[in-house]
Design a protein around this ligand. Structure first.
Ligand SMILES: [Ca+2]
Ligand SMILES: [Ca+2]
Ligand SMILES: [Ca+2]
Ligand SMILES: [Ca+2]
Length: 456
């Protein structure tokens, strides 16, 4: 029985040892758990961060889809079909949707601050159409080297295989590695110009590497960071800034009826009919007498010769056309085109373009048709310019940037909406996220400050 205490003590000793061991084990496990916990915490937060990014990216994409639908709605409900919505009548700058935000990167028609992005839709009819501009018009673009490529651009799109002076057809392109054929058809996008002989990347995109119309720091630091630039404090843009492949005007009126063609056989009879319908026999006869036998070449010329009032023209103008087809491509909207684009138009040129722009600035209420041009250009110049001009726009680029939660997951889509039909259609869409941040330093700083507040 004496053994019992010993046994007891042995048991107690063992127990103490065991307890000690357990403590060691617990300690070890605890430490291990802590380090494991730290390890897991790190990986989870990395995983969380990654999934945050992914989630934010998805949110940005959702909001861009939403923005596209919203803009379709805006364009379907403009005050006057074919007249661009006023900038103050739609959301375009840091529009919050749940945790996400979107912006529309546009172009400031007044170029107030070339170093900060301007937010809004881009009117495709404010640009020169790559498929209808003549060689002479293209050569007037303020792009170094344009004279050397203009004929190749025309050869690329014309149906024949005859080489213009300085141009290029199959024989040039088939010698390349890999070889390809000359398109001999219309450009579908501006980026297609990269395939045309002599059109280098610098000519196409200029210094504006991220295509936001703004001089970003890397676009004004010479060769320190791409792109190569001349460091002159000004953005020297490329061809993409001035050209479109999308501008097209339907020859149907908003009611779906055919517009009245003022050119060709029977034009005088058609003019008489529509004038009588609108203004009655007496006024119609006055107008017809002024038109006489003139072979009218444009809606603007019709307006000038007829000497009708601007109010009368507002009623009849949208129902007139100068072509037989179902649509007319490439007319330039004189109400929205930049000075550089206007300068390419015959009858306007570099001499008259600044006057048109300054007239627009002081008469914003008149910019719903081409009528006002008659107050700026002399008669002969207006007649020359008329066939290239319109007062309407039907295609718009929505250059949508978006971020998801906490300002993360930046995405950018370029979406082209066509409003020639009742319901606007997306006719082109591409992902521009790879070009990186397009919203300038100010928005970036705002986002960082916001993020710091939320994660504090
Ligand atoms: Ca050709
Ligand atoms: Ca830029
Ligand atoms: Ca640079
Ligand atoms: Ca520059």
């Amino acid at each position: 029985m004496k053994a019992v205490p010993l046994f007891r003590s042995m048991v107690a000793e063992n127990r103490r040892q065991a307890e000690g061991s357990v403590l060691v084990i617990v300690l070890w496990i605890s430490l291990g758990l802590v380090s494991l916990a730290i390890y897991f915490a790190q990986t989870t937060s990395l995983a969380l961060k990654a999934s945050d990014q992914r989630l934010a990216g998805l949110e940005a994409e959702r909001v861009m889809e939403g923005a596209t639908r919203y803009l379709s709605y805006v364009l379907a409900n403009t005050e006057q079909h074919g007249v661009p919505p006023l900038i103050q009548n739609y959301l375009r700058d840091a529009v919050g949707v749940g945790d996400a935000t979107f912006w529309l990167v546009g172009r400031d028609p007044q170029q107030v601050n070339p170093n900060a992005p301007y937010f809004g839709l881009v009117d495709e009819s404010s640009k020169l159409n790559l498929n209808t501009a003549t060689q002479e018009m293209l050569e007037l673009l303020p792009i170094p080297g344009i004279n050397e490529v203009a004929s190749a651009i025309l050869d690329w799109r014309d149906a024949d295989s005859e080489v213009r002076t300085g141009g290029a057809e199959d024989e040039t392109y088939l010698r390349l590695n890999p070889p390809y054929r000359c398109k001999n058809g219309n450009f579908e996008t501006i980026d297609e110009l990269r395939q045309v002989k002599g059109v280098a990347m610098e000519m196409l995109y200029g210094e504006d590497a991220n295509r936001n119309g703004v001089l970003d720091p890397n676009e004004n630091d010479g060769d320190a960071t791409p792109p190569s630039d001349n460091r002159d404090g000004r953005l020297d843009p490329g061809l993409v800034e001035y050209l479109t492949a999308f501008s097209r005007e339907s020859n149907l009126t908003t009611n779906g009826t055919q517009r009245v063609n003022m050119v060709g056989a029977g034009a005088a009879r058609r003019a008489a009919t529509v004038l009588q319908q609108k203004f009655g026999a007496a006024r119609s006869n006055e107008i017809l007498a002024r038109l006489g036998n003139a072979n009218v070449q444009s809606v603007l010329e019709f307006f000038i010769r007829s000497q009708m009032t601007a109010d009368e023209f507002a009623q009849i103008g949208p129902e007139l056309t100068m072509s037989n087809g179902s649509s007319q491509a490439g007319l330039v909207n004189v109400n929205t085109a930049s000075e550089a684009v206007l300068a390419c138009i015959p009858g306007i040129g570099v001499n008259n373009a600044p006057q048109l722009v300054s007239y627009r600035l002081s008469n914003p209420d008149k910019l719903t048709s081409v009528a006002w041009v008659a107050e700026v250009l002399d008669r002969a110049s207006a007649f020359r310019a008329g066939p290239y001009l319109t007062g309407y726009s039907y295609q718009y680029t929505a250059d949508i940037s978006a971020t998801g939660r906490l300002g993360r997951g930046y995405r950018r889509w370029q979406v082209v909406l066509d409003t020639t039909e009742t319901v606007p259609r997306v006719i082109y869409q591409r992902d521009l996220s790879y070009l990186g941040w397009a919203l300038g330093q100010q928005v970036r700083t705002q986002q960082q400050q916001q993020l710091a507040r939320m994660t504090r």
